[in-house]
Design a protein around this ligand. Structure first.
Ligand code: 5AD
Length: 361
């Protein structure tokens, strides 16, 4: 698909025409990755963060949330509970918390891999290549690191203070692949300052990076962050029209559908942020328009509301049983089935196979 065609779909407003996009994305999803929806158990193990991301409610400058770190025992207990409940994968997510150095985290991953049959996805920010290698060595299967936007200036603006830049983040993704990870990335839709043409570029980057997992959600303004405040002050201004991408469920669904068309064999979640801005239909519409993965929050309830990336996050008060029941109801109503086992990305499996052939294995 060419850039012009992507842009035309992003700007399409006619529901009759959009129906074609939804059907194409759904058919492509079914043909490539089938009807199984892989459920991932999410464990948010620390909300400490050394970073300053202007959009995030867990940014270092935010003094008004209590910070927590789960102990190794708590993380292991949550992982075992995930396995008992039938999950094949856990996602260990955190802020960029230096207390969890590579060695500490590697020990946790190693124990989980020894004591369970779970696949382990890490989503804990930028780390050095040595650390990433040590974590892979310890048994981590997948790494998830969004690049957020491919607009270099916007990236710099919303990630102040660090030495890192967009180029570094984009370089890290192929490095993760070379280390043997299944690699995930993604963006936010509707960041203040995000233009349609940069969103087209984001989608082209997904393809170029040959990603195994792609997670996209709307930007959800957090009133206690600089970008959240900027959003609310711009809300009424004409600047929000024109070239500004709106942070709506509709644009997010177009991005999910186009992602499926561009990267047919990738695992694509129907994201929590999407379900946050459309609590009635978010998860369901994502699954109908290209997604094949759902994340279920298994963070112990006492910590869950403290993992406040953005406000009113979907599912923060539901018990694991309630959430699983809701998910099962959604799948049943869509005629879809829960995936069994770790549910790796087809993109990754095919890459491994072709590499195996290349190396004569
Ligand atoms: N709205 C939506 N998504 C957000 N994230 C962080 N802050 C927000 C926000 N305000 C997303 C980022 C990050 C992921 C962990 O959460 O894309 O990579």
């Amino acid at each position: 698909m060419k850039a012009t065609e992507i842009l035309a779909w992003l700007l399409e407003e006619n529901p009759e025409h959009l129906r074609r996009l939804w059907i194409l994305a759904d058919q492509t999803r079914r043909k490539n990755v089938g009807d199984a929806v892989h459920l991932r158990g999410l464990i948010e193990f620390s909300n400490y963060c050394r970073s300053h991301c202007l959009y995030c409610g867990m940014r270092r400058e935010r003094k008004t949330i209590p910070r927590y770190r789960m102990t190794e025992e708590e993380i292991l207990a949550s992982a075992k509970e995930a396995e008992r409940r039938g999950y094949g994968t856990i996602v260990l997510q955190s802020g960029e918390d230096p207390e969890f150095d590579a060695q500490g985290l590697a020990n946790i991953v190693r124990t989980i891999k020894q004591e369970t049959s779970l696949a382990v996805t890490l989503s804990c920010g930028e780390r050095s290549e040595d650390e990433l290698a040590a974590l892979k060595e310890a048994g981590a299967d997948r790494y998830f690191l969004r690049f957020e936007t491919s607009d270099r200036l916007l990236w710099k603006k919303i990630h102040p203070g660090g030495e890192q830049d967009l180029a570094h983040r984009l370089d890290l993704l192929p490095r993760l692949r070379e280390l043997g990870y299944e690699v995930g990335s993604g963006i936010m839709v509707g960041i203040p300052g995000q233009t349609w043409s940069s969103l087209v570029e984001d989608l082209l980057w997904f393809k170029r990076l040959d990603l195994d997992m792609i997670g996209c959600g709307p930007f959800v303004p957090h009133p206690d962050t600089p970008l959240g405040r900027e959003f609310f002050s711009l809300e009424a201004s004409p600047y929000r029209k024109g070239d500004q991408v709106p942070n709506t469920d509709l644009v997010t669904l177009k991005v999910i559908a186009l992602t499926r068309l561009l990267c047919p064999q990738t695992n694509i979640p129907s994201t929590t942020a999407l379900a946050t801005i459309n609590s009635e239909q978010g998860y369901r519409l994502g699954l109908q328009r290209g997604a094949n993965v759902l994340m279920v929050n298994l963070t112990p309830l006492k910590y869950r509301s403290l993992y406040e990336i953005y406000p009113a996050k979907a599912g923060i008060y539901a018990s694991p049983q309630q959430q699983l029941q809701e998910v099962k109801n959604i799948l049943l109503s869509l005629g879809r089935i829960a995936g069994q086992g770790p549910g790796p990305s087809l993109n990754y499996e095919e890459r491994r196979q072709s590499q195996g052939q290349l190396w004569g294995r």
